[in-house]
Design a protein around this ligand. Structure first.
Ligand code: MOS
Length: 764
């Protein structure tokens, strides 16, 4: 299909103009600060996103969304909309094609679905949240469809929605699991140890709803071919599962659905799930027998796409007078609607960070009538560390102990709840490096001790934590007689440097100049890759490429071993990829160029595909990334105005694959954490369930002037149990940020803020 070829023409390759120093040699690529290979395409405007694909015959779909949170649709009057010139279809539950309800994403129950909710999509008159799509208007132009959508009149029989978190939280229940982990974990008797402790902190921490604001709003372009084949251009972090979910909904085989996403303009978890507009675009395209594209408006992203759940967390710490932790309790109530399944993992950091004698963590969920909650950058860990690391700071003041010293004293030698060894944990080193760069030693112990021309100044610190996940995926590697290598994987490039890191790895592994390596990604027809979530993508694909390269190595060895060339009699165990060839490990001069091997074998191409083995290390070891967030804040004494003045993030996340993209990822996480701490907050009208601030004018994310210089440091110590020694780094940056700020605010002002966002009214 022409349109699909247009999509996959985007193959990542090294761009000489992306770096002043092209580094055209075949080793030492890992760790180097390569610029993103997709950078020039994006800056030059030639990278195309879903909303920019316009195949012949394209029709534009615009959604009409419910204005009640619970109830029934009693009538839909679309006559005025249908009369608008150019309008081709008004699809509602009355005339939508019959489709199966998706099954809900369930990490522990297997299955391939990635739907955050199991509600049937436009199949009946039920409304379950304010913002649920109730009609799709399709027209020749976007303007016609938008105008016609404004004319659709929907009448409802509303039912009082469940929205009052504060009232309903008492009825919260323990979920079946928390992304596959037990919802409650007990070591000893934490409550008794708490009451026996001479020094105690026992507080409640509140975080609001948050919404996704990736730079690219969600979009879907769907087209069916005559043979019942569905192709979807989708802004997704989850090509394979998105395809599997669509296949299920439309009762097709997986092979009848392609999902294509050459570029994704940020995801942060909000594009991990499959949201209703994707199914609706495919349904409209099926009815129309034309390609249909639905681009969500910024407002509709708030209405249709879930965000981070509101949370209430309790953290209680009991300690001896010397700072030794006797007891650690962390519990939370979060929101999971009845039609969703995801319980946000707020208590995960507390399961792994401190050597308390007794420990209890427990999660509860309350169902409200809202859009399904979903992943949002370090879901759970971001708000979980806000509560836990604020409480640690509070305890440090009770103990009159330096907060870093308190953490050092309670550093565990094995995982406190799983009782497994750590695969690699150098958090104290990260603290030491960060403290040195930040100048922590100069900080006065007492709060409210530093003033500068009307500003109160304070410094705070917090631990960052995120698990090091890896999931099995596949990759194909092909070597060509012209000396190039092509790597294929259904990976996702959301702007974080996926393609760049994979080129570095493949070039290094195959011993080729990076300019000779190509990376094909962004299409579900390629070898299956896991979801680009849980910070797992880089190492998961590295692992798959490793497996495919080993297989290729074996095949090449079979070619040379029987011949009379320099590698006659060699085995795969005494040869290696190096300098564009295969060389003996015991005699580095003995070998043959890959091009020569292929030529003498009379082959144009040799290729291998493999699936990475199950990451058993994740069972044997406690695998995590760690960090120390240091910040300085300034608070106006007269107005409460708050400025983050300085930031040092010092991280322990294995070996760094690309120092430049890694630094950017962590900076981005820290900036997002500043938004979470200081300004972001989704406001619901609890009477109607309507989000009141569904726009960037009223939902405030940090802008350049809000962000100080951010210094990012790395231990750069390889994890011996992870591919390349690397860990994923997409999410850890945001963790600990809100606590570091709250702790610095306390140090500056003496005011402890336990409810985010820390707005100036809380500092007066
Ligand atoms: Mo991440 S919230 O798993 O994209």
């Amino acid at each position: 299909m022409g349109v699909i070829q247009t999509a996959v023409e985007y193959v990542a390759r090294y761009m000489p103009d992306a770096d002043p120093d092209p580094l055209r040699h075949a080793e030492g690529y890992i760790g180097r600060p390569f610029s993103r290979v997709d950078g020039p395409l994006k800056v030059g405007g030639t990278a195309r996103f879903v909303a920019e694909f316009a195949p012949e015959g394209l029709a534009h779909g615009v959604l009409v969304c419910s204005t009640i949170a619970n109830g029934r649709i009693t009538s839909i009057d679309a006559s005025a909309a249908r009369a608008v010139p150019g309008v081709l279809l008004v699809m509602t539950h009355e005339n939508a094609p019959r489709m199966k309800a998706p099954s809900v994403f369930d990490v522990s129950g297997g299955g391939k679905s990635v739907a955050p909710s199991d509600l049937p999509i436009m199949q009946n008159d039920r409304v379950r949240w304010n913002g649920q799509p109730v009609a799709v208007v399709v027209a020749d132009t976007l303007e016609q469809a938008e105008y016609a959508a404004s004319l659709v009149k929907v009448a409802y029989a509303p039912v009082t929605p469940r929205l009052a978190f504060d009232e309903l939280k008492v009825s919260a229940i323990v979920p079946k699991d928390v992304i596959g982990a037990p919802p409650e974990v007990r070591v000893g008797n934490a409550e008794r140890a708490l009451s026996d402790s001479p020094v105690r902190v026992d507080e409640t921490y509140l975080t609001p709803w948050y919404n996704h604001n990736a730079i690219e709003p969600h979009a879907t372009l769907a087209l069916w071919t005559a043979d019942d084949h569905l192709s979807v251009f989708e802004s997704t972090q989850s090509l394979a599962r998105c395809g599997a979910t669509l296949a299920d909904v439309f009762s097709l085989d997986a092979a009848q659905v392609d999902v294509i996403a050459p570029f994704v303009g940020g995801g942060f978890g909000g594009k991990g799930g499959l949201w209703q507009h994707t199914v609706l675009a495919a349904a409209a395209a099926k009815v129309m027998q034309r390609p249909v594209r639905i681009n969500l408006s910024r407002e509709q992203v708030y209405r249709l796409v879930g965000g981070r759940t509101r949370a209430e967390q309790r953290v209680a710490l009991g300690a001896d007078r010397d700072g030794h932790l006797r007891s650690l309790v962390q519990t939370c109530v979060t929101v999971t609607p009845d039609h969703a399944r995801y319980a946000e993992q707020c208590t995960f950091p507390a399961r792994h960070l401190y050597a308390a004698d007794h420990l209890f963590v427990g999660q509860r969920i309350v169902p409200l009538d809202v859009v399904a909650n979903t992943w949002m950058r370090a879901p759970g860990e971001s708000i979980g560390t806000f509560a836990l690391e604020s409480a640690l700071d509070e305890l440090s003041y009770e103990l009159q102990l330096d907060p870093i010293e308190l953490r050092r004293l309670n550093e565990p030698t094995q995982d406190p709840t799983e009782k497994t060894p750590f695969s690699s944990r150098h958090i104290i080193e990260a603290y030491a490096r960060g403290a040195e760069h930040f100048g922590w030693a100069k900080r006065p112990r007492e709060p409210r001790a530093q003033r500068d021309r009307g500003w109160l100044v304070g410094q705070g610190v917090s631990t960052a934590y995120y698990p090091a996940y890896r999931f099995p995926g596949s990759a194909r590697v092909a070597l060509h007689a012209d000396g190039t290598a092509h790597v294929y994987a259904a990976a996702h490039e959301m702007g974080m440097g996926t393609a760049t890191a994979q080129l570095q790895h493949a070039a290094e592994r195959l011993g080729l100049p990076i300019a000779n390596v190509f990376f094909h990604y962004g299409d579900s027809a390629l070898p299956d890759s896991p979801i680009a979530g849980g910070s797992c993508q880089t190492v998961s694909i590295v692992s798959a490429v490793h497996a495919a390269s080993e297989k290729l190595h074996q095949q090449l060895n079979d070619l040379v071993r029987r011949g009379d060339g320099p590698l006659a009699g060699s085995t795969a165990s005494n040869t290696e990829f190096r300098n564009g060839g295969l060389y003996r490990t015991d005699d580095r001069t003995r070998g043959e160029l890959l091009t020569a091997i292929l030529r003498s074998a009379g082959k144009e191409t040799i290729e291998a595909q493999a699936k990475a083995p199950l990451p058993m290390e994740m069972m044997k070891y406690s695998m995590g990334s760690y960090g120390a967030q240091f910040c300085e804040v300034r608070v106006r004494e007269d107005s409460g105005e708050l400025r983050v003045a300085r930031w040092v993030g010092s991280f322990d996340c294995g070996r760094i694959v690309n120092r430049k993209t890694a630094t950017s990822q962590l900076r981005g996480g820290i900036v997002m954490g500043m938004g979470m701490a200081l300004s972001e907050e989704t406001l619901y009208d609890e009477r109607s369930g309507r989000i009141m601030n569904a726009s960037l004018a009223e939902y405030h994310v940090p802008v350049n002037l809000d962000v100080p210089p951010i210094e990012v440091l790395f231990n750069d110590i390889p994890d011996p149990h992870s591919p390349l020694g690397a860990h994923g780094i997409g999410e850890i940056g945001i963790t600990g940020v809100a606590a570091a700020i709250a702790n610095a605010v306390f140090h500056a002002t003496g005011i402890r803020v336990r409810s985010l966002p820390i707005t100036l009214d809380k500092l007066l």
